[in-house]
Design a protein around this ligand. Sequence first.
Ligand code: AKG
Ligand code: FE2
Length: 279
Amino acid sequence: MGIQISPLPGGIGAEIHGIDLKAPSHDDRRAIYQAYLDHRIIALRGQDGLTTDNVMDASRILGPELEPHVFTRYHHPDTPLLMVLSNRVDTAGNEKGLKDAGSFWHSDVSYKEIPAKATMLYALEVPDVGGNTLFCDMAAAYEGLPDAMKARLNGLQAVHNYAHTPREIFKTGEVTPPPDCVHPVIRTNPENGCKSIYINPSYTVRIKGMPIEESDALKDEIFAHCQNGAYCMSYGWRVGDVVAWDNAASMHAATTDKLDPTKHRTIWRTIISGEGKPA
Ligand SMILES: O=C(O)CCC(=O)C(=O)O
Ligand SMILES: [Fe+2]
């Protein structure tokens, strides 16, 4: 049958057909990586019954190193390299996973010196309605900018901090945000030269060296452009879906803050480590 690639909703990202992630061949792995480079957001449906090892192996198609999430209590019991996202609680009332991993627009781990390269999710159970993940293709959003704005943004740097969006975990001291870090506002993928916007509403505190009012206005203008609809899609999950994205060239938002608590959603998640300071 061979490998086929088709667009995801709205023409954002790509679905890859014809690969079984229980035993991907060398060619399958190359095709997945190429689709990831070309489309930034990729999905492989119908991957039922993957083991934790299968999901970690598939994650390593995107980069050699996986890293544990800072929330140690949501690590999978078998390995810290898998995190469990779930709104289930056990009979003793203990959470079985992180209920909401980010119902706000963000790029994973942009608040670290070396941010996550990619993230992969594998759906074990999904609600019949709700629980979608929203994605924005930040390379397409960059391409859609007027030339004058592209010229304005190239060369700018931005300050990122995990605690820019206030959260309970910072109040309780469960997680201490790392110090501010600085990344380029426009990143260039060294593998294909593709440029993308690399600021996000959740973690980008300000544009470096700019008065705060001007920085806020510029961020608002860019985020409004990114979210105008042309570059975004809403991904509806099915059991057995594997979805992965390039954090350098996309943003995403969970919608689990709105999920009906009687509907269950359980997902395994890996983070593929970055390979150096963003450029
Ligand atoms: O649960 C989701 O829909 C996405 C959660 C998220 O932001 C992540 O896994 O990085
Ligand atoms: Fe995320």
